[in-house]
Design a protein around this ligand. Structure first.
Ligand code: FPP
Length: 258
């Protein structure tokens, strides 16, 4: 059944600013990570169920993926469901999985047409069977795509990712494949779910809170952070554009001197 609240808002029309890149192509961050926060508060402010906030969040996410592709960003990582989100009520969790199914079923054609390569961070094996099947199909459909990489962090927790990496490296030592002295940063990076991709240049969090919430702790060592006050469902290309401009204005020294 089509819920009533699905008709209560519409995406704003794309303005001129949105058709342009936010900066010169060489300044575009290669990898942007997003903590999409504030769906619940957005809904509460409108006296809508939290599910309506997540649905509106999915629409915002869709447009951000399009913008990232239009602007030539190489990797987009979206914090979609954390290992801590299991503490939420069952009906909310179930709705989120339904939304993941809906998104991959409706958008897969466009993602393939845009040459988007999908990756999953986290543990999909604990998700509902139907969602696992939908995700496996999406991964299969985009496995040869060579454009924008979109990583969905689903049932993801950074500390658990680090624990898994440590277990993997320790088991290689146990099998005498490597020596302890051979462990270096590259080996650890390659044991993460994000293996083979550059670390995020820019991390954006919406909805006003200024914390990392167990997201990409290893990978964000030198990322620039931009915290914005708007709730995730209100986050448009315009906000994305401004966050990238704030990033471009920063001086990144990576611990060195200017
Ligand atoms: C945080 O807002 C958001 C989430 C836990 C879910 C993010 C999900 C989406 C953006 C929807 C679509 C995702 C996919 C992959 C199809 P919150 O609920 O914690 O908001 P609150 O802090 O205001 O309560």
């Amino acid at each position: 059944m089509f819920p009533v609240w699905k008709g209560v808002f519409r995406r704003k029309r794309v303005g001129r600013i949105e058709a342009d890149r936010p900066c010169r192509s060489e300044e575009i961050p290669s990898h942007v990570a997003l903590i999409m926060d504030g769906n619940g508060r957005w809904a509460r402010k409108r006296a809508l169920p939290r599910a309506a906030g997540h649905h509106a969040g999915m629409l915002a996410m869709r447009d951000v993926i399009r913008a990232a592709d239009d602007w030539g960003i190489k990797v987009l990582t979206l914090y979609s469901f954390s290992t801590e989100n299991w503490k939420r009520p069952h009906h909310e969790i179930n709705y989120l999985w339904q939304l993941v199914d809906e998104f991959f079923q409706l958008d897969i054609g466009e993602l393939v047409a845009r040459n988007v390569h999908i990756r999953i961070l986290g543990e999909p094996s604990q998700l509902p069977q139907a969602t696992q099947v939908t995700i496996a199909r999406a991964l299969e459909s985009t496995k040869t795509c060579s454009g924008l990489v979109v990583q969905f962090a689903l049932n993801y927790g950074s500390r658990w990712e680090i624990v898994k990496a440590v277990q993997h490296i320790a088991s290689r030592i146990q099998k005498n494949e490597i020596a302890v002295a051979e462990i270096d940063e590259d080996m650890v990076s390659n044991a993460m779910d994000t293996a083979g991709l550059p670390d995020p240049d820019l991390l954006i969090r919406t909805a006003g809170d200024q914390r990392i919430s167990n997201f990409l702790l290893w990978q964000i060592a030198y990322s620039e952070f931009v915290f914005v006050d708007v709730m995730w469902p209100e986050f448009t290309r315009k906000h994305f554009y401004s966050a990238i401009q704030a990033f471009v204005a920063r001086e990144r020294r990576f611990g060195g001197l200017k």
